[in-house]
Design a protein around this ligand. Sequence first.
Ligand code: ASP
Length: 593
Amino acid sequence: MALQLLSQKSLCRGTVGRGRRRVSCPSSGSPEMSADVETRVLVINTGGTIGMVLHDGVLSPEPNALVKTLRKLPILHDEQYAEKTKLYECFKPEDKTLVLPRSKLGKRVVYTFLEYCPLLDSSNMTPNDWTTIGKDIEKYYEQYDGFVVLHGTDTMAYTTSALSFMCENLGKPVILTGSQVPIFEMRTDGRDNLLGALLIAGQFVIPEVCLYFHHKLYRGNRVTKVDSGSFQAFASPNLPPLANAEIDININWDTVWRPSTTAKFTVYTQMNLNVGLLRLFPGITTDTIKAFLKAPMEGVILETYGSGNAPDNRADLLEEIRKATERGLIMINCTQCLRGTVTISYATGQALSKAGVVAGFDMTPEAALSKLSYVLAKQNCSTEEKKKMMSQNLRGEMVADLEGAKLSLSDSRFIQIIAKTLSIGCKEELEAIRDALMPSLACAAAKNGNIETLEAIREMGTNLNKADYDDRTPLHIAACEDHLNVVDYLLGKGATVFAKDRFGDTPLRNAIHLRHKEVVELLRNRGAHLSQDELQDTGTELCRLSASGDLEGLKIWKSAGVNMAMSGYNGKTPVEVARALGLKEVVDFLETA
Ligand code: ASP
């Protein structure tokens, strides 16, 4: 269990502000005595290779060894500074606190160890250990600027993911690290990893649970262990690193996650343990699926092929999945691929969605599993609400699909936010922005069949007849997409059927070409007809359809009110073409058309 480290009494007397020391530092390298700003980091040592020692030929964690060794390493501890500034008098117990040499940014990272007992190989860790770490972070949250957690690499990606969800409204860095080779050995990655994690946790306010390894800082819920034999053990396939520690430490601030609330930090320690990962493989039996999904299982991450596919010719398998989701089991679709996202572009992916499986987009299985465990433990939430949480981005763990973008388009604050970003205040400039953006947004909404968004755009004062850069109106787009309800909505809101795009095409012409029969009929009922320009090569097109016996194509043109006796480029009419080729059915149709 955790050691009790600091009592209020043991905080340094004479400190400035909230327990912070400001000290004169003769060892800073400056010719004058200059003040070093100290920052404080709590290092929670849970175990892992970084602190292991060989016993009888196998590595196992060695209690109380790490701090003793670090104290002798000048890059990780400045003993002279510690003595001169009476560090040990201030931070008790004295054998647990160390201080880094002065950093390039002029800071001193003072770090205190909290060592767990027993120290664990991370393969032995369970959600109870995540809870212990979370509780300790909560307990010491106000006393430290940042937290470093030393952890074995084997299950580190699970712990970082879990902590990212458990830590609600986190405002300080929590950085997990470890190593592939024990820190006591000559060639080790442990010293670099610990130093990098300490420098970042002590100097940058990155309010995330992160993983630092081999010069890179990653978002904790985006990583996976990819190599057991290299110093570059982790990858973050779907998100670039939050920071690169090269000559300088460069933080990618645009990527850093920002909580959108000002609520107080808490750690949610309940996790539902009735969750599991089920990896599909060719030939998996229904009995296996059935056994896996049965009670007490409450949530399953289904690891599927490619972009989220499962066999759609296995009614037995899909039926078991459907029955399970109907019982209230939450199933999340994550890909077996290292990189990429789950979509429903294939029938095989759509089959799962129809069976009630929720898309996990680009979440890693580690993130998806711990998120599910966290979400399922939330009390007072219905199954539907929990499913919604699973498809929402809670901590930067995934990029959800266009659904999110659709919503933001219909958000009436959208334009205001853009205006604010561009520092635009006056009404005229605001209207100019609206006029520039809205036509494209309206076309995007028409493409998605999203009437709600179109209505929001119209309410903002945008004329739905406004065209995009290709002179295409939302009605053109809806007609192409066969969105009958959107066509109907737009016509009801005054959209003109006579708008022409840059190619001279009207929505009716688009609908004829794509053979959207009902859209053609609706447009015709509202007075649409082809323009003289559009009719120019219609005779040739009708002859082509006639020659190929394409009755369906001819019928669409007829329903658009076109004269079926128009002649083609060589003066022949469609019926003459059909007769010459002996196409009786076509001849019969055209004679009565
Ligand atoms: N088995 C070790 C652990 O996960 C491996 C490591 O730390 O790299 O604790």
